[in-house]
Ligand binder design. Structure first.
Ligand code: SAM
Length: 410
């Protein structure tokens, strides 16, 4: 079989590549890009090349400046940074996306290269954003893909539902071009059986349904349109589209069907099982002088606070578990992990019984990376940052297995 020429955008420390390569040797990353805008040191990229080698095809520059170098490819992958997608301008020259909104970089590459498949990842709230006009941003993405000849499926997957150690919910988006057999089969089914086929497809036949089996669905569903009849152009989608989208969905020929689905759950790995069992360095243990701050941040509050303009308001929030329950999967790890804060995990050290934060290796395990993956010369704080940005690698392996089947049967 010919290699599946893969381009990895927003590569971070290589979660997509690692996951795909674990599913088959046939995935060959022929071009990768990673660049951290706010930093002089490029730690994530350094980690990437420490594992995958220095090469002219591994590029550490703003994607906006190098996208014209992207070679022809079969599969585009990337976890693009989550931003506001819809700042559109319509001027004499046509539609223009706001610079810095990274969706438009992907959009440009798809316009130019039309790979057969694209596999993208983003936060779960992307399907609802923005709060004041729900579903608008994702509809813009769907419309862009529709205009380029793609059908699109999406699922919000919580890694813990499928047996992993972290409750990390991410939206996976898979687009297939009308040159692909999958698109053609789907088009035929939708043409003859309509919405019923879209529903059946999402429940069982979609790439994401095969990778992450579904047990059942709620009665809640949406049907909507983002084609030219509904909206003449993308600025019209931007100003008018508002739609409730659910955790699974499909867009085919401009028609959207979305439904709330329930996973076929596997027993998750408890946090206890991923913790380092032996000696852990003293630096990770909670210092007694920080204990009041930890307790305050993790605790329930009902207090007066001041806004920037000086006006006051009541702030309330409940308590969070402190320390973390050891018999459950972890919460989502964030880029700020281990800083004294409400969202950082505090665990009971297995050897001493004392309270401590997670080690970088434990964060790597929670994302399914090999131990020490980010131990490539970056400061510890950056190891947490990279893991907060990354994805749960074995989820990509599941998807890769299904995609590989598609490519094999082409
Ligand atoms: C959500 S993370 C993806 C992480 C990746 N999937 C992984 O496994 O590590 C997004 C990445 O895009 C990178 N990025 C942000 N702006 C960029 C730009 N303009 N050009 C290229 N990369 C960019 C960030 O540095 C970050 O590593």
């Amino acid at each position: 079989m010919e290699k599946i020429r893969t381009v990895e955008l927003f590569a971070g420390v290589g979660g997509f590549r690692l996951g795909l390569e674990a599913s088959s040797d046939n995935f060959k990353v022929i071009w990768a890009n990673q660049w951290e805008p706010s930093m002089q040191e490029q730690y994530a990229f350094d980690c990437y090349i420490a594992h995958f080698g220095e090469s002219e095809q591994h590029v550490c520059q703003d994607i906006a400046t190098v996208k014209s170098n992207v070679p022809d490819h079969d599969l585009l992958v990337g976890g693009f940074p989550c931003q506001d997608y819809s700042i559109m301008k319509k001027n004499a020259a046509g539609i223009e996306g706001s610079k810095g909104v990274l969706w438009w970089q992907i959009d440009d590459i798809l316009r130019e290269k039309r790979p057969k498949y694209a596999l993208l990842e983003n936060v779960d709230r992307i399907i609802r954003s923005p709060a004041k006009q729900q579903g608008r941003d994702f509809s813009i993405i769907l419309r862009c893909l529709y205009e380029k000849g793609y059908a699109v499926e999406w699922r919000i997957v919580n890694a813990a539902d499928y047996g992993y150690a972290q409750r990390r919910r991410r939206t996976f988006i898979i687009a297939y071009h009308n040159q692909s057999q999958r698109f053609r089969d789907l088009a035929e089914g939708v043409c003859t059986k309509g919405l019923k086929h879209m529903h059946q497809y999402i429940m069982a036949q979609a790439v994401l349904a095969e990778a992450f089996p579904i047990a059942s669905h709620s009665r809640t569903f949406t049907e909507s349109w983002i084609d030219e009849i509904a909206y003449p152009d993308i600025p019209d989608v931007t100003t008018q589209q508002k739609v409730s989208l659910y955790n699974a969905g499909l867009m085919m020929n401009g028609r959207i069907y979305s439904v709330d689905v329930h996973p076929q759950r596997k027993v998750p790995i408890p946090l206890r099982d991923i913790l380092e069992k032996g000696y852990v360095d003293e630096q990770y243990f909670l210092r007694s002088e920080d204990m009041p701050r930890w307790s305050y941040l993790k605790g329930a509050k009902h207090e007066r606070r001041k806004r920037r303009d000086g006006s006051e308001y009541w702030f309330s929030e409940g308590s969070v578990q402190f320390p973390e329950p050891m018999d459950k999967p972890s919460r989502t790890i964030l880029t700020s992990e281990t800083q004294v804060g409400r969202t950082s995990h505090v665990v009971v050290d297995q050897m001493t019984g004392r309270l401590r934060t997670l080690t970088p290796v434990e964060c790597e395990r929670l994302n399914g990376f090999p131990d020490g993956w980010t131990d490539t010369g970056m400061p510890e704080k950056m190891r947490y940052f990279c893991m907060g940005n990354a994805l749960v690698v074995p989820l990509v392996t599941h998807i890769g297995e299904i995609l590989h089947g598609d490519f094999t049967s082409m």
